[in-house]
Write a protein that binds this ligand. Structure first.
Ligand code: PLP
Length: 388
């Protein structure tokens, strides 16, 4: 029913992906496959909701209405089997903002916070920037698949200074959709050692056939009590610029603290557009998301086959979810700097460098597959130039 193959020119639309490319890559002239937003236009029902609000013509102080909370609650229940009442849900401008708040509110300077590397790079900055200490629990790459290292996790969780674990579920950049078994083991270790789990589930809607996203808080009452979830419709519906994330907090005391902090920062009111859009996409977006996930999975298969057949120096990993493909480029060049240079200078492509995600990402690259097929085809042919 929906078309995901329309090419939209994003130049001059204040897009970070296009206008800030030079800060990372030294030029704005590359074809962009970095940063996680999509080259796919948002659906008409989203644009109509914005248009309706726009047509009203007055944009004074705005309050989040019950319809917003109901729509979020309903989406969580129907798509993910997570029971969250409106009182368990609260707005956040972004997921990174929410993670920052959780660090500040529920740990103290000097505390250790665990992350599972390679992982979404702002996690490093928000831990260190808030005067906390990173405790790394590196993922293990075995037979072409990443898994958690529970022995190491257990040992690090035992450290009394370790107070929080930031879980990335589904995982960016390695593309794992964690199984219930894996989440259970992680959660039980954290409960036994009084480590609060903050679960970043921003990629939760983007999961391929044969896999299922399990919300961490849905596993048991004990998990619910020992966790905070941060998520958003922003990846799914391509609205990161509309600041429309939210948190799910079951513990009433923690929720009060979070709300008080939002109020202190004067963020307790609403952006007039973001709540309208969140409500609209969560009420009307089911079919669009189903079709989008099929499109992304098709892109993944296409890229996987193309690379496997034509570029033996790169090993692509089939992800289970997210729209981000992790490429092992270690055979391409001896250093991460040379790999970067080849992508930029030979292929003319901007991808996220693996080492941004931690040392264990060195020699890897992350490819954003959320684009029309024709754009991906062009990128694949550009990749061939890496060999020359
Ligand atoms: C795992 C993860 N968390 C958070 C974010 C960013 O969320 P926000 O833009 O809402 O801060 C991203 C964006 O790529 C992400 O991949």
């Amino acid at each position: 029913m929906y078309d995901f193959n329309e090419l939209v020119d994003r130049h001059h639309s204040s897009s970070v992906k296009y206008e800030e490319m030079d800060l990372k890559f030294g030029t704005n002239q590359l074809m962009p496959f970095w940063i996680a937003d999509m080259e796919i236009k948002s659906p008409d029902f989203l644009i109509d909701a914005l248009q309706k609000r726009l047509n009203h013509g007055i944009f004074g102080y705005s309050k989040r209405m019950p319809g917003y909370y109901d729509a979020v609650s309903q989406w969580l229940r129907s798509r993910h089997g997570l029971a969250a009442q409106p009182e368990n849900i609260e707005y956040a401008p972004g997921v990174v903002f929410a993670l920052n708040m959780m660090i500040r509110l529920f740990t103290s300077p000097g505390d250790k916070i665990m992350i599972q590397t390679p992982v979404y790079y702002p996690f490093f900055g928000i831990i260190q920037g808030n005067g906390r200490v990173i405790s790394e629990n590196p993922l293990i790459l075995e037979d072409g698949k990443y898994r958690m290292d529970f022995a190491d996790l257990r040992e690090k969780a035992r450290d009394e200074q370790c107070k929080m674990l930031i879980l990335c579920s589904p995982h960016n950049p390695v593309g794992r959709v964690w199984t219930e078994e894996e989440l259970r083991e992680l959660g039980e270790i954290c409960i036994a050692n009084h480590v609060l789990v903050v679960s970043d589930e921003i990629h939760f809607d983007m999961v391929f056939k044969g896999h299922k996203h399990i919300p961490f808080a849905s596993i048991s009452e004990a998990f619910r009590k020992n966790s905070i979830t941060c998520t958003a419709p922003s990846k799914t519906f391509n609205i990161a610029g509309l600041h429309s994330a939210y948190t799910i907090i079951y513990n009433a005391e923690r929720m009060e603290k979070y709300k008080a902090e939002l109020s202190l920062l004067d963020l307790n009111r609403s952006n007039a557009f973001s709540q309208e859009v969140t409500q609209a996409v969560y009420e009307k977006g089911h079919q669009w998301v189903d079709e989008l996930v099929e499109h992304i999975e098709g892109n993944m298969k296409y890229a996987y086959d193309f690379i496997t057949k034509n570029i033996e120096e790169i090993t692509p990993y089939k992800m289970e979810g997210t729209y981000l493909m992790w490429l092992d480029c270690r055979k391409l060049a001896p250093s991460a700097e040379e790999i970067d240079q080849r992508f930029i200078e030979k292929a003319g492509l901007a991808l996220d460098s693996g080492y941004w995600f931690g040392d264990s990402g060195k020699g890897f690259m992350r490819l954003n597959l959320a684009c029309p097929r024709s754009m991906l085809e062009t990128a694949m042919h550009k990749l061939l130039k890496l060999k020359i």
